[in-house]
Design a binder for this molecule. Structure first.
Ligand SMILES: Nc1ncnc2c1ncn2[C@@H]1O[C@H](COP(=O)(O)OP(=O)(O)O)[C@@H](O)[C@H]1O
Ligand SMILES: [Mg+2]
Length: 310
């Protein structure tokens, strides 16, 4: 059985080297006895998948990707271009979309993640007031909420484009969603998602490890999160979220493996946050493991060794 290689984005300035953000992962892969190849990320994004994969040798067999996020349609083109050269991405295009986009994983994780509704969009226009009123009603019609698209939020513009204090205040819902859509621009992924806001342990809460927590990440309403990496339904790494790489986290994983297995994707991440009232851990977000960022300074050798042995 051939073992998988890993594809990393190439450095745009030096296409024979990995992108500087991924250099350490590529080096670690080699040190572990694995092989890696390079892809031209800009060409992939521009819709030139065949050109993008020209440095991947023909007949490369099983492949993982570790790189920048791709829209699901671009990932499908990437997978097809590799398949045409005898390369087999171990996460299929439908599998990627299922883990990468909230509507793809929500049905499986419903109950373990904040209640959510979404408004599909086929362009860059904001939802209409009627669509927003309908979505707010489907979410219960009152209480605080979070705005994001199928993939990302604007958490760094928390008050302006992420947090809705009161769903019943439809003017504010419209303002926050409108600003979110404007800032996402052409990068709006899929549509607008509204999620019920839940109180989690926060980065600006009481000190953990004696560190000034507010200095660690933001100091807005964002949660302390653990990022759990799963391969074939088993947690292969449990660590901090990349936004707060020095935070110590010990999530309760009791209920998560069954959900991850039901999703049916081999390599995924789950970001977990602990409820502020101590009533347990919640899944904030699911992601495709190939495009989830690794926190700086973690020991990723177990993770990469598992991938190249999978
Ligand atoms: N339903 C929610 N309740 C409370 N906080 C949330 C909720 N959803 C997201 N957040 C906070 O907002 C941040 C960004 O949301 P997330 O869904 O992880 O988007 P992103 O893809 O941009 O990381 C999270 O890290 C968390 O702190
Ligand atoms: Mg997140």
């Amino acid at each position: 059985m051939p073992v998988p290689s890993i594809i990393f984005p190439a450095d745009p300035l030096n296409p024979r080297r990995p992108d500087p953000h991924f250099t350490w992962e590529a080096r670690l892969t080699r040190e572990l006895g694995g092989e890696h190849h390079l892809v031209d990320h800009d060409a992939l994004l521009a819709g030139h998948a065949e050109e993008a994969v020209r440095r991947v040798p023909r007949g490369s067999g099983p492949l993982w990707y570790r790189g920048w996020m791709l829209p699901s349609g671009r990932y499908a083109e990437f997978a097809a271009a590799l398949a045409a050269r005898g390369g087999n991405l171990l996460t299929s295009a439908p599998g990627y979309a299922a883990a990468h986009e909230l509507p793809g994983w929500y049905g499986v994780f419903e109950g373990a993640t904040p209640p959510s509704v979404w408004i599909p969009s086929d362009g860059t226009a904001a939802p209409t007031p009627a669509e927003l009123a309908d979505a707010a009603a489907r979410l219960g019609g009152s209480g605080p909420a979070i705005v994001k698209d199928y993939v990302k939020s604007r958490k760094h513009e928390w008050h302006e484009a992420c947090y809705v204090p009161e769903l019943a205040d439809l003017a504010t819902v419209g303002r926050v969603v409108g600003r979110f859509v404007e800032l996402q621009g052409e990068f709006l992924a899929g549509g607008v998602v509204l999620r019920r806001y839940e109180e989690f342990e926060r980065t600006d809460g009481p000190d953990r490890d004696g560190a000034p927590a507010a200095a660690v990440a933001g100091g807005d309403g964002r949660a302390v999160e653990a990022r759990v990496w799963w391969l074939d339904g088993r947690p292969i790494m449990v660590g901090p979220h990349p936004d707060a790489p020095h935070q110590r986290v010990e999530p309760d994983l009791t209920d998560v493996p069954a959900l991850v297995r039901r999703l049916g994707c081999r390599f995924v991440t789950t970001d977990l946050a602990s409820r502020a009232d101590g009533s347990g851990w919640r899944v904030v977000e699911v992601g495709d493991g190939q495009v989830s960022d690794l926190p700086r300074g973690v020991d990723a050798s177990g993770l990469l060794a598992s991938l190249i042995a999978a």
